[in-house]
Write a protein that binds this ligand. Structure first.
Ligand code: ATP
Ligand code: MG
Length: 326
């Protein structure tokens, strides 16, 4: 089976003058190599396509693949993650991972929270600051947490995200509006333990491959910020979640997964409130797939699932979903 690969290579964007933070979600060569090798180990023939622009050229030139393994996150606009799946849909080429609508909703954390809250999943109360004038109308009680409404990889998340009073709220929101050119999601702060949960599969066959607790070492504070993610080797410890708690996390995770119609594989981030209740933070339907540094491969490994098997199980789920069987 011929599998095309679509991805955003970080080095291409850095060459064009974008900064490390702007390109934080984009992939390194080693990630594409890792995915390609794992696909080959699982018996697939691979063909590198590249980013959305390369895909458009290839489609117009009449190229075809049996399916496309898509990890493109795009650069601009609120449908940046949906673009590649939409293009592939237009040419009726099946693709691995979630579809355009799920990616569009889940990129926006406020939209996602509205959907999963409607399904009865706990998530911190929130307020969206789209412009300076909105700040004074925020009625949530402190402490609060502020982050860009549509980013990932800890972008825009730092010490100042934790907000204790009205003047800090104003300062952080103004800074985020200016630096990230998008609304700010203000949420009630969750002070408790934090987990990230890995999922593989679809609908009733979706299953949790494992979950890890994010443990902050002495100098790390307790926010999984951009800095902590970049320096995780020194600042963060990852440990498997104890069995009973993992069951509880799995229940929340699979509910979120299926309510959002997420497909094939990804991650859900959870954190406890002050009562110890598990709350939904966000879903990552395009979870990082660097074989060494990304959370999903790290947590799969903690549960005895090497990278090649993780990719193999994601592909099994996609092939079964698309073609009915492997
Ligand atoms: N309401 C909150 N209360 C407490 N901590 C929070 C809250 N929201 C986010 N955080 C902290 O900030 C981190 C990053 O938030 P979130 O997962 O929403 O961002 P992200 O950048 O999209 O992450 P990812 O790298 O998983 O894509 C969380 O892992 C958590 O440590
Ligand atoms: Mg996260």
């Amino acid at each position: 089976m011929k599998v095309g690969l679509t991805y955003d290579l970080r080095s291409d964007y850095l060459k064009d003058g974008y900064t490390l933070e702007e390109t934080a979600e984009f992939d390194k060569e080693e990630t594409i190599d890792g995915i390609e090798n794992a696909l080959k180990e699982n018996g697939f023939e691979t063909h590198r396509i590249g980013n959305a622009r390369s895909l458009m050229k290839a489609l117009l030139a009449g190229e075809k693949w049996d399916m496309v393994f898509n990890i493109c996150e795009g650069m601009y606009g609120d449908s940046r993650e949906s673009l590649v799946p939409s293009l592939l849909d237009a040419y009726r080429i099946p693709h691995v991972f979630s579809g355009a609508v799920t990616l569009g909703i889940s990129l926006n954390k406020a939209f996602t929270k509205r959907v999963i809250r409607d399904a009865g999943v706990l998530t911190p109360d929130f307020y969206v600051v789209s412009q300076e004038d909105d700040i004074k109308n925020c009625k949530l009680s402190f402490p609060l947490f502020a982050k860009p409404v549509a980013e990932g990889t800890g972008k825009g998340i730092e010490g100042k995200s934790l907000i204790k009073n009205a003047s800090e709220l104003e300062e952080t929101c103004l800074e985020l509006l200016k630096s990230h050119h998008q609304p700010v999601l203000v949420e009630e702060y969750l002070p408790g333990r934090e987990f990230t949960i890995g999922v593989v599969g679809n609908k009733e066959n979706a299953r949790v491959v494992g979950g890890m607790e994010i443990i902050y070492t002495q100098n790390a504070g307790n926010i999984y910020s951009y800095f902590n993610k970049e320096n995780y080797k020194d600042l963060i410890k990852y440990i498997p979640i104890e069995e009973n708690l993992l069951k509880e996390c799995a229940g929340v995770t699979l509910k979120v997964w299926n309510v959002l119609d997420a497909l094939d594989g990804g991650r859900v981030d959870l954190r406890m409130d002050r009562m110890g209740r598990i709350n939904f933070l966000e879903i990552n339907p395009l979870a990082g797939l660097n074989p060494v540094h990304s959370d999903l491969p790290i947590l799969a490994n903690l549960y005895g699932m090497p990278y090649s098997r993780l990719i193999g199980e994601i592909m099994d789920a996609a092939v079964t979903r698309i073609f009915g069987k492997k």
